[in-house]
Design a protein around this ligand. Structure first.
Ligand SMILES: Cc1cc2nc3c(=O)[nH]c(=O)nc-3n(C[C@H](O)[C@H](O)[C@H](O)COP(=O)(O)OP(=O)(O)OC[C@H]3O[C@@H](n4cnc5c(N)ncnc54)[C@H](O)[C@@H]3O)c2cc1C
Length: 400
Protein backbone atom coordinates (compact mmCIF):
# COMPACT_ATOMS: atom_id res chain seq x y z
CA UNK A 1 0.00 0.00 0.00
CA UNK A 2 1.31 3.46 -0.84
CA UNK A 3 1.48 6.01 1.94
CA UNK A 4 2.83 9.48 1.22
CA UNK A 5 2.37 10.73 4.78
CA UNK A 6 5.39 10.87 7.04
CA UNK A 7 5.05 9.12 10.39
CA UNK A 8 4.97 11.26 13.53
CA UNK A 9 8.61 10.33 14.22
CA UNK A 10 9.67 11.25 10.69
CA UNK A 11 7.87 14.59 10.90
CA UNK A 12 9.57 15.41 14.20
CA UNK A 13 12.93 14.46 12.71
CA UNK A 14 12.31 16.69 9.67
CA UNK A 15 11.36 19.56 11.92
CA UNK A 16 14.30 19.16 14.30
CA UNK A 17 16.94 18.88 11.53
CA UNK A 18 15.35 21.87 9.75
CA UNK A 19 15.41 23.97 12.92
CA UNK A 20 18.95 22.92 13.80
CA UNK A 21 20.21 23.78 10.30
CA UNK A 22 18.48 27.16 10.31
CA UNK A 23 19.76 28.01 13.78
CA UNK A 24 23.30 26.59 13.84
CA UNK A 25 24.52 26.50 10.25
CA UNK A 26 22.54 28.97 8.13
CA UNK A 27 23.95 32.08 9.87
CA UNK A 28 27.56 31.09 9.20
CA UNK A 29 27.41 29.16 5.92
CA UNK A 30 28.11 32.21 3.75
CA UNK A 31 31.38 32.89 5.59
CA UNK A 32 32.43 29.24 5.74
CA UNK A 33 31.84 28.97 2.01
CA UNK A 34 33.79 32.12 1.16
CA UNK A 35 36.67 31.13 3.43
CA UNK A 36 36.76 27.57 2.00
CA UNK A 37 36.53 26.35 5.59
CA UNK A 38 35.24 23.02 6.86
CA UNK A 39 33.78 23.55 10.35
CA UNK A 40 34.66 20.46 12.39
CA UNK A 41 32.43 21.76 15.20
CA UNK A 42 29.41 20.70 13.15
CA UNK A 43 30.28 16.99 13.48
CA UNK A 44 29.66 16.60 17.25
CA UNK A 45 26.38 18.47 16.83
CA UNK A 46 25.32 16.08 14.07
CA UNK A 47 26.37 13.18 16.30
CA UNK A 48 24.27 14.51 19.19
CA UNK A 49 21.25 14.65 16.90
CA UNK A 50 21.85 10.99 16.00
CA UNK A 51 22.40 11.86 12.34
CA UNK A 52 25.79 10.20 11.86
CA UNK A 53 24.44 6.74 12.65
CA UNK A 54 20.93 7.45 11.36
CA UNK A 55 19.98 4.10 9.85
CA UNK A 56 22.41 1.97 11.83
CA UNK A 57 20.53 -0.23 14.33
CA UNK A 58 20.73 0.74 18.01
CA UNK A 59 22.71 -2.42 18.87
CA UNK A 60 25.56 -1.06 16.70
CA UNK A 61 25.55 2.39 18.24
CA UNK A 62 23.18 3.99 15.72
CA UNK A 63 19.89 5.83 16.02
CA UNK A 64 17.92 2.92 14.52
CA UNK A 65 15.95 5.13 12.12
CA UNK A 66 14.38 3.81 8.94
CA UNK A 67 15.76 4.64 5.51
CA UNK A 68 13.11 7.26 4.73
CA UNK A 69 14.49 9.12 7.75
CA UNK A 70 17.97 8.98 6.21
CA UNK A 71 16.46 10.61 3.11
CA UNK A 72 14.71 13.26 5.20
CA UNK A 73 17.99 14.13 6.94
CA UNK A 74 19.81 14.36 3.60
CA UNK A 75 17.12 16.58 2.08
CA UNK A 76 17.03 18.92 5.07
CA UNK A 77 20.82 19.19 5.31
CA UNK A 78 21.32 20.01 1.65
CA UNK A 79 18.60 22.62 1.93
CA UNK A 80 21.11 24.49 4.11
CA UNK A 81 24.31 23.53 2.33
CA UNK A 82 25.55 20.66 0.18
CA UNK A 83 28.64 20.21 2.38
CA UNK A 84 26.44 18.94 5.25
CA UNK A 85 24.72 16.33 3.09
CA UNK A 86 28.07 15.15 1.73
CA UNK A 87 28.99 14.14 5.30
CA UNK A 88 25.87 11.95 5.38
CA UNK A 89 26.65 10.46 1.98
CA UNK A 90 30.19 9.30 2.68
CA UNK A 91 29.98 8.61 6.40
CA UNK A 92 26.42 7.37 7.04
CA UNK A 93 25.62 6.08 3.53
CA UNK A 94 28.65 4.76 1.67
CA UNK A 95 30.69 3.68 4.66
CA UNK A 96 28.48 2.80 7.65
CA UNK A 97 25.78 0.97 5.69
CA UNK A 98 28.45 -1.08 3.87
CA UNK A 99 30.01 -2.10 7.19
CA UNK A 100 26.56 -2.93 8.53
CA UNK A 101 25.77 -5.17 5.56
CA UNK A 102 29.14 -6.74 4.74
CA UNK A 103 31.15 -6.49 7.98
CA UNK A 104 32.01 -9.29 10.40
CA UNK A 105 30.75 -8.95 13.96
CA UNK A 106 34.28 -7.98 15.06
CA UNK A 107 34.51 -5.29 12.33
CA UNK A 108 31.13 -3.90 13.34
CA UNK A 109 32.13 -3.71 16.98
CA UNK A 110 35.51 -2.13 16.23
CA UNK A 111 34.57 0.28 13.44
CA UNK A 112 30.82 0.61 12.96
CA UNK A 113 29.90 1.29 16.59
CA UNK A 114 32.22 4.31 17.07
CA UNK A 115 31.33 5.60 13.60
CA UNK A 116 27.59 5.38 14.23
CA UNK A 117 28.10 7.22 17.52
CA UNK A 118 30.09 9.91 15.70
CA UNK A 119 33.28 9.26 17.66
CA UNK A 120 35.01 8.32 14.42
CA UNK A 121 34.32 9.86 11.02
CA UNK A 122 34.47 7.69 7.92
CA UNK A 123 34.59 8.03 4.16
CA UNK A 124 34.88 6.08 0.92
CA UNK A 125 37.89 5.92 -1.38
CA UNK A 126 37.23 4.49 -4.83
CA UNK A 127 38.28 7.19 -7.31
CA UNK A 128 41.91 7.56 -8.39
CA UNK A 129 43.72 10.11 -10.55
CA UNK A 130 43.27 7.87 -13.62
CA UNK A 131 40.09 5.98 -12.64
CA UNK A 132 36.67 7.49 -12.03
CA UNK A 133 33.74 6.13 -14.04
CA UNK A 134 35.99 3.30 -15.20
CA UNK A 135 36.64 1.72 -11.80
CA UNK A 136 38.57 -1.11 -13.44
CA UNK A 137 41.30 1.35 -14.32
CA UNK A 138 42.32 1.71 -10.68
CA UNK A 139 45.99 1.17 -9.91
CA UNK A 140 45.94 0.57 -6.15
CA UNK A 141 47.29 -2.85 -5.22
CA UNK A 142 47.02 -4.87 -2.01
CA UNK A 143 49.64 -7.60 -1.82
CA UNK A 144 49.36 -10.22 0.91
CA UNK A 145 52.48 -10.96 2.96
CA UNK A 146 51.82 -13.25 5.94
CA UNK A 147 48.76 -12.03 7.80
CA UNK A 148 48.90 -8.49 6.39
CA UNK A 149 48.08 -6.75 3.14
CA UNK A 150 50.55 -4.16 1.85
CA UNK A 151 48.52 -1.48 0.08
CA UNK A 152 50.08 1.00 -2.33
CA UNK A 153 48.11 3.58 -4.29
CA UNK A 154 46.48 6.98 -4.36
CA UNK A 155 42.82 7.95 -4.06
CA UNK A 156 41.68 11.28 -5.43
CA UNK A 157 38.64 13.54 -5.11
CA UNK A 158 37.71 11.98 -1.78
CA UNK A 159 35.17 13.80 0.37
CA UNK A 160 36.45 14.30 3.95
CA UNK A 161 39.91 12.98 2.95
CA UNK A 162 41.58 15.33 5.43
CA UNK A 163 38.90 14.90 8.10
CA UNK A 164 37.97 11.22 8.31
CA UNK A 165 39.52 8.70 10.70
CA UNK A 166 38.46 5.58 8.77
CA UNK A 167 38.37 4.86 5.05
CA UNK A 168 36.70 2.19 2.94
CA UNK A 169 39.37 1.52 0.31
CA UNK A 170 39.43 -0.61 -2.82
CA UNK A 171 42.44 -2.19 -4.53
CA UNK A 172 43.58 -5.14 -6.60
CA UNK A 173 44.45 -8.26 -4.62
CA UNK A 174 44.76 -10.39 -7.78
CA UNK A 175 47.40 -8.87 -10.02
CA UNK A 176 46.68 -11.22 -12.95
CA UNK A 177 43.06 -10.05 -12.94
CA UNK A 178 44.32 -6.46 -12.76
CA UNK A 179 46.08 -7.01 -16.10
CA UNK A 180 42.85 -8.38 -17.60
CA UNK A 181 40.78 -5.64 -15.87
CA UNK A 182 38.61 -8.39 -14.36
CA UNK A 183 36.90 -6.71 -11.38
CA UNK A 184 36.67 -9.99 -9.46
CA UNK A 185 40.32 -9.27 -8.59
CA UNK A 186 39.40 -6.20 -6.52
CA UNK A 187 38.97 -6.35 -2.72
CA UNK A 188 37.74 -3.89 -0.09
CA UNK A 189 39.56 -2.84 3.08
CA UNK A 190 38.87 -0.85 6.22
CA UNK A 191 41.80 1.54 6.61
CA UNK A 192 42.63 3.79 9.55
CA UNK A 193 44.32 7.15 9.18
CA UNK A 194 46.72 5.99 11.90
CA UNK A 195 48.14 3.17 9.72
CA UNK A 196 51.80 3.68 8.85
CA UNK A 197 52.23 4.78 5.24
CA UNK A 198 48.95 6.74 5.10
CA UNK A 199 48.98 10.45 4.22
CA UNK A 200 46.30 12.86 3.01
CA UNK A 201 45.80 16.39 1.69
CA UNK A 202 43.06 18.84 0.70
CA UNK A 203 42.32 19.94 -2.88
CA UNK A 204 42.68 23.71 -2.93
CA UNK A 205 41.44 24.49 -6.42
CA UNK A 206 37.90 23.17 -5.98
CA UNK A 207 35.21 25.76 -6.88
CA UNK A 208 32.07 24.27 -5.31
CA UNK A 209 30.98 22.76 -1.97
CA UNK A 210 33.55 25.11 -0.49
CA UNK A 211 32.46 24.57 3.11
CA UNK A 212 33.20 20.88 2.60
CA UNK A 213 36.52 19.05 2.64
CA UNK A 214 37.60 17.24 -0.52
CA UNK A 215 41.06 15.80 -1.00
CA UNK A 216 43.31 12.87 -1.73
CA UNK A 217 45.09 10.21 0.26
CA UNK A 218 48.14 8.14 -0.45
CA UNK A 219 48.99 4.67 0.79
CA UNK A 220 52.68 3.92 0.62
CA UNK A 221 53.30 0.23 1.33
CA UNK A 222 50.71 0.66 4.09
CA UNK A 223 50.25 -2.50 6.18
CA UNK A 224 46.66 -3.53 6.82
CA UNK A 225 45.79 -6.56 9.00
CA UNK A 226 43.99 -9.27 7.02
CA UNK A 227 41.01 -9.05 9.36
CA UNK A 228 40.41 -5.54 7.93
CA UNK A 229 39.32 -6.91 4.58
CA UNK A 230 35.62 -6.16 4.15
CA UNK A 231 33.85 -9.12 2.57
CA UNK A 232 35.84 -11.89 0.91
CA UNK A 233 38.83 -11.59 -1.42
CA UNK A 234 37.52 -10.47 -4.82
CA UNK A 235 34.26 -8.99 -3.50
CA UNK A 236 35.53 -5.41 -3.56
CA UNK A 237 33.85 -4.34 -6.79
CA UNK A 238 30.49 -5.69 -5.62
CA UNK A 239 30.90 -3.88 -2.29
CA UNK A 240 31.85 -0.65 -4.07
CA UNK A 241 28.66 -0.86 -6.17
CA UNK A 242 26.56 -1.83 -3.14
CA UNK A 243 27.89 1.19 -1.27
CA UNK A 244 26.88 3.43 -4.18
CA UNK A 245 23.27 2.24 -3.83
CA UNK A 246 23.34 3.81 -0.37
CA UNK A 247 25.38 6.91 -1.22
CA UNK A 248 23.31 7.69 -4.32
CA UNK A 249 20.18 7.56 -2.21
CA UNK A 250 21.47 10.34 0.06
CA UNK A 251 22.64 12.31 -2.99
CA UNK A 252 19.16 12.01 -4.56
CA UNK A 253 17.40 13.17 -1.41
CA UNK A 254 20.00 15.93 -0.94
CA UNK A 255 19.59 17.26 -4.49
CA UNK A 256 15.84 17.35 -3.81
CA UNK A 257 16.57 19.63 -0.86
CA UNK A 258 18.71 21.82 -3.08
CA UNK A 259 15.85 22.19 -5.59
CA UNK A 260 13.60 23.26 -2.71
CA UNK A 261 16.21 25.76 -1.53
CA UNK A 262 16.37 27.22 -5.06
CA UNK A 263 12.58 27.37 -5.25
CA UNK A 264 12.24 29.11 -1.89
CA UNK A 265 14.99 31.65 -2.59
CA UNK A 266 13.46 32.34 -6.02
CA UNK A 267 9.95 32.86 -4.62
CA UNK A 268 11.29 35.23 -1.96
CA UNK A 269 13.21 37.30 -4.49
CA UNK A 270 10.39 37.24 -7.08
CA UNK A 271 8.11 38.92 -4.55
CA UNK A 272 10.65 41.59 -3.58
CA UNK A 273 12.05 42.65 -6.94
CA UNK A 274 9.95 44.84 -9.21
CA UNK A 275 10.35 45.53 -12.93
CA UNK A 276 7.94 47.30 -15.27
CA UNK A 277 5.82 48.27 -12.26
CA UNK A 278 5.12 44.76 -10.93
CA UNK A 279 6.83 42.08 -8.83
CA UNK A 280 8.91 39.93 -11.19
CA UNK A 281 6.84 36.94 -9.98
CA UNK A 282 4.01 38.41 -12.06
CA UNK A 283 5.91 37.86 -15.31
CA UNK A 284 4.95 34.61 -16.98
CA UNK A 285 8.52 33.66 -17.89
CA UNK A 286 9.57 33.95 -14.24
CA UNK A 287 6.53 31.90 -13.21
CA UNK A 288 7.60 29.26 -15.69
CA UNK A 289 10.97 28.85 -13.98
CA UNK A 290 9.36 28.66 -10.54
CA UNK A 291 6.76 26.15 -11.77
CA UNK A 292 9.55 23.98 -13.17
CA UNK A 293 11.31 24.05 -9.79
CA UNK A 294 8.12 23.00 -8.05
CA UNK A 295 7.43 20.10 -10.42
CA UNK A 296 11.07 18.97 -10.23
CA UNK A 297 10.99 19.16 -6.45
CA UNK A 298 7.81 17.10 -6.14
CA UNK A 299 8.93 14.48 -8.67
CA UNK A 300 12.41 14.19 -7.14
CA UNK A 301 10.91 13.72 -3.69
CA UNK A 302 8.64 10.92 -4.90
CA UNK A 303 11.59 9.18 -6.53
CA UNK A 304 13.84 9.12 -3.47
CA UNK A 305 10.90 8.14 -1.25
CA UNK A 306 10.15 5.17 -3.50
CA UNK A 307 13.77 4.16 -3.18
CA UNK A 308 13.66 4.54 0.62
CA UNK A 309 10.47 2.49 0.79
CA UNK A 310 12.17 -0.35 -1.11
CA UNK A 311 15.13 -0.14 1.26
CA UNK A 312 12.81 -0.32 4.27
CA UNK A 313 11.32 -3.50 2.83
CA UNK A 314 14.75 -5.00 2.17
CA UNK A 315 14.19 -5.00 -1.58
CA UNK A 316 16.84 -4.41 -4.23
CA UNK A 317 16.70 -0.78 -5.42
CA UNK A 318 19.79 -0.20 -7.59
CA UNK A 319 17.64 0.73 -10.58
CA UNK A 320 15.23 2.98 -8.67
CA UNK A 321 17.99 4.66 -6.67
CA UNK A 322 20.01 5.33 -9.82
CA UNK A 323 16.98 6.93 -11.47
CA UNK A 324 16.30 9.07 -8.39
CA UNK A 325 19.94 10.21 -8.27
CA UNK A 326 20.12 10.98 -11.98
CA UNK A 327 16.80 12.82 -12.16
CA UNK A 328 17.21 14.89 -9.02
CA UNK A 329 20.80 15.98 -9.63
CA UNK A 330 20.11 17.05 -13.21
CA UNK A 331 16.96 18.85 -12.01
CA UNK A 332 18.95 20.56 -9.24
CA UNK A 333 21.34 21.95 -11.86
CA UNK A 334 18.36 23.32 -13.79
CA UNK A 335 16.87 24.79 -10.61
CA UNK A 336 20.14 26.40 -9.53
CA UNK A 337 20.69 27.93 -12.98
CA UNK A 338 17.19 29.37 -12.98
CA UNK A 339 17.57 30.57 -9.39
CA UNK A 340 20.57 32.65 -10.48
CA UNK A 341 18.58 33.85 -13.51
CA UNK A 342 15.63 35.00 -11.41
CA UNK A 343 18.03 36.95 -9.19
CA UNK A 344 19.46 38.75 -12.21
CA UNK A 345 22.80 40.41 -11.48
CA UNK A 346 22.25 39.82 -7.78
CA UNK A 347 22.33 36.10 -8.55
CA UNK A 348 25.85 36.68 -9.83
CA UNK A 349 26.94 37.94 -6.44
CA UNK A 350 27.62 36.10 -3.21
CA UNK A 351 25.35 38.49 -1.37
CA UNK A 352 22.57 36.04 -2.25
CA UNK A 353 22.72 32.22 -1.89
CA UNK A 354 21.84 31.54 -5.55
CA UNK A 355 25.49 31.55 -6.64
CA UNK A 356 26.44 29.04 -3.91
CA UNK A 357 23.59 26.76 -5.01
CA UNK A 358 24.85 27.00 -8.59
CA UNK A 359 28.41 26.08 -7.64
CA UNK A 360 27.29 23.32 -5.28
CA UNK A 361 24.83 21.50 -7.55
CA UNK A 362 27.34 20.49 -10.22
CA UNK A 363 29.36 18.05 -8.10
CA UNK A 364 26.43 15.69 -7.73
CA UNK A 365 25.99 15.54 -11.50
CA UNK A 366 29.54 14.12 -11.56
CA UNK A 367 30.05 12.01 -8.42
CA UNK A 368 28.43 8.68 -7.57
CA UNK A 369 27.96 7.99 -11.27
CA UNK A 370 28.05 10.82 -13.79
CA UNK A 371 24.92 11.95 -15.62
CA UNK A 372 26.09 9.97 -18.65
CA UNK A 373 26.75 6.74 -16.72
CA UNK A 374 23.27 6.92 -15.17
CA UNK A 375 21.70 7.61 -18.54
CA UNK A 376 23.36 4.51 -19.97
CA UNK A 377 22.32 2.42 -16.96
CA UNK A 378 18.67 3.43 -17.26
CA UNK A 379 18.62 2.78 -20.99
CA UNK A 380 20.22 -0.62 -20.44
CA UNK A 381 17.58 -1.60 -17.88
CA UNK A 382 14.80 -0.68 -20.28
CA UNK A 383 16.49 -2.38 -23.21
CA UNK A 384 17.02 -5.53 -21.14
CA UNK A 385 20.83 -5.29 -21.41
CA UNK A 386 21.24 -4.90 -17.67
CA UNK A 387 19.82 -6.87 -14.77
CA UNK A 388 20.80 -6.77 -11.12
CA UNK A 389 22.00 -10.09 -9.80
CA UNK A 390 21.57 -10.83 -6.08
CA UNK A 391 24.65 -10.08 -3.96
CA UNK A 392 25.91 -12.25 -1.08
CA UNK A 393 25.03 -9.53 1.43
CA UNK A 394 22.07 -7.17 1.22
CA UNK A 395 21.08 -4.05 3.12
CA UNK A 396 19.01 -5.22 6.09
CA UNK A 397 15.33 -4.32 5.91
CA UNK A 398 14.05 -1.85 8.51
CA UNK A 399 12.67 -3.88 11.38
CA UNK A 400 10.91 -1.10 13.25
C1 LIG B 1 33.11 17.19 -5.12
C2 LIG B 1 33.45 15.77 -5.43
C3 LIG B 1 33.47 14.83 -4.39
C4 LIG B 1 33.82 13.50 -4.65
N1 LIG B 1 33.87 12.60 -3.60
C5 LIG B 1 34.28 11.31 -3.83
C6 LIG B 1 34.45 10.39 -2.75
O1 LIG B 1 34.17 10.70 -1.59
N2 LIG B 1 34.92 9.15 -3.04
C7 LIG B 1 35.24 8.74 -4.29
O2 LIG B 1 35.65 7.60 -4.47
N3 LIG B 1 35.10 9.60 -5.35
C8 LIG B 1 34.63 10.87 -5.14
N4 LIG B 1 34.50 11.77 -6.19
C9 LIG B 1 34.92 11.35 -7.53
C10 LIG B 1 33.78 11.03 -8.47
O3 LIG B 1 33.09 9.89 -8.05
C11 LIG B 1 34.34 10.92 -9.89
O4 LIG B 1 34.75 12.21 -10.27
C12 LIG B 1 33.31 10.37 -10.87
O5 LIG B 1 33.14 8.98 -10.68
C13 LIG B 1 33.68 10.63 -12.33
O6 LIG B 1 34.96 10.20 -12.59
P1 LIG B 1 36.03 11.17 -13.33
O7 LIG B 1 36.02 12.48 -12.65
O8 LIG B 1 37.30 10.41 -13.40
O9 LIG B 1 35.44 11.38 -14.77
P2 LIG B 1 35.63 10.39 -16.01
O10 LIG B 1 35.23 9.02 -15.65
O11 LIG B 1 36.99 10.58 -16.57
O12 LIG B 1 34.56 10.98 -17.03
C14 LIG B 1 34.79 12.17 -17.78
C15 LIG B 1 33.58 12.42 -18.68
O13 LIG B 1 33.42 11.31 -19.59
C16 LIG B 1 32.12 10.79 -19.45
N5 LIG B 1 32.19 9.32 -19.64
C17 LIG B 1 33.04 8.46 -19.01
N6 LIG B 1 32.78 7.21 -19.42
C18 LIG B 1 31.71 7.28 -20.26
C19 LIG B 1 30.96 6.32 -21.02
N7 LIG B 1 31.21 5.01 -20.91
N8 LIG B 1 29.96 6.77 -21.78
C20 LIG B 1 29.66 8.10 -21.88
N9 LIG B 1 30.34 9.06 -21.20
C21 LIG B 1 31.35 8.64 -20.41
C22 LIG B 1 31.67 11.12 -18.05
O14 LIG B 1 30.25 11.09 -17.93
C23 LIG B 1 32.26 12.51 -17.91
O15 LIG B 1 31.40 13.43 -18.52
C24 LIG B 1 34.13 13.10 -5.97
C25 LIG B 1 34.08 14.04 -7.01
C26 LIG B 1 33.73 15.36 -6.75
C27 LIG B 1 33.68 16.33 -7.88
Amino acid sequence: MLDFDLTEEQRLLEQSVREWGAREVQPKIHDLDREHRFDRGILPQMANLGLLGASVPVEYGGAGMDYISLGIISEELEYVDTSLRVIMSVHAGLNCLSLLSWGTEAQKQKYLVPQAQGQRIATYGLTEPAAGSDVRGMQTTAVKKGDRYHITGEKMWISLADVADNFLVFGWTDLDKKKQKDPSGISAFIVERAFKGFSSGTLKEKWGILAGNTGYFKMDDMEVPEENMLGKPGEGFKIAMFALDQGRYTVAAGATGLIRACRDASVKYAKQRKTFGVEIGQHQLVKEMIAQMESDYQAARLLWMRSGTLKNKGRRNTRETGLAKWFSTVASERAAGDCVQIHGANGYSDEYPAGRFYRNCKGAVIYEGTREIHKIMQADYVLGYRQDKPTRCELPAYKG
